[in-house]
Ligand binder design. Structure first.
Ligand code: SAH
Length: 267
């Protein structure tokens, strides 16, 4: 059965087996997970390299019925391991509990050659469940991959970088050209690996932190003093004289603490 790619589902099937294997080989077991959830397996090009890793139970979630039908015929070992539906609508806590027969003992990793049209949503969702997901591996549009991994001071350092780097250590692994896919996407691709760090909770209110980071980068050319004015924030501190892209995660935590407890001025 040949499946024709559906653009609205972000379908660009990998044909480069070497790249597929390299992605699967990035599964390091970091954080001690027992299960791997692959998002958007399509026709299983990446799945075939994950399955032999016997130390993990492999599950897949696929929204496209034709791809699901293809997987059922060609990967009988996935019987009972295919979630037929939208990853973005999954309750990951309930799903993981169900595959662990009600007593979650461990955690799981996410992996995929992701549908690029929903990559930010996938990452924000993973962040919501970060304590269940010690490792995230996969392919993104190269710009997104670079942005996720960018250190402070770089042009592509942004909201996604700060929010993800608060909880994950991130490595850019390798680039993949359009010709490695069928059909070829218009953009270059990049593979990243995110490993959960030791931060259990930020030293500030998390909602406030997100608000400050977003407001700062939404007007990234302005100093934070100006960018944060719409939030009613104004006090004297050198952090406010900088621009968002100059602040590390720790700086943003410090800034959020100051926002919550502004220093008394005029003394
Ligand atoms: N991993 C395959 C396919 C990548 S293309 C390969 O490398 O060849 C992206 C895949 O994600 C497609 O199979 C598409 O049907 C699937 N997909 C798109 N949106 C999805 C969603 N919301 N939830 C689950 N799968 C999705």
């Amino acid at each position: 059965m040949k499946v024709k790619a559906k653009k609205h589902l972000g379908q660009h099937f990998l044909r480069d087996l070497d790249a597929s294997k390299r992605i699967a080989d990035l599964l390091s077991g970091h954080g001690g997970y027992d299960t791997v959830l692959e998002i958007g397996p399509g026709m299983g090009v990446l799945t075939q390299f994950i399955l032999p890793k016997g130390e993990y139970k492999t599950y897949v979630v696929e929204i496209d019925r034709e791809s699901v039908a293809y997987l059922k015929v060609n990967f009988p070992v996935l019987e009972g391991r295919i979630v037929e539906g939208d990853f973005l609508r999954m309750n990951l806590q309930e799903w993981y509990q169900s595959v662990q027969s009600g007593t979650p003992k461990g955690r799981f990793a996410l992996i995929g050659n992701y549908p690029y049209n929903i990559s930010s949503q996938i990452l924000f969702k993973a962040l919501d469940y970060r304590d269940l997901i010690p490792e995230i591996i996969g392919m993104f549009q190269k710009e997104v991959a670079l942005r996720i991994a960018a250190p402070p001071g770089k042009k592509d350092y942004g909201i996604l970088s700060v929010l993800l780097q608060a909880f994950y250590d991130i490595e850019y692994s390798f680039s993949v050209p359009p010709g490695a896919f069928d059909p070829p996407p218009k953009v270059q691709s990049g593979v990243v690996r995110l490993k959960r760090n030791n931060v259990q909770k930020l030293d500030c209110d998390e909602k406030r932190f997100i608000q400050v980071v977003k407001a700062g980068f939404n007007q990234r050319r302005k100093t934070l003093r100006n960018a944060l004015k719409p939030l009613g924030i104004n006090f004297n501190d050198p952090l406010l004289d900088k621009r968002a892209e100059q602040l590390s995660v720790a700086d943003f935590v410090r800034l959020t603490q100051l926002v919550e407890n502004p220093p008394v001025s005029g003394e």
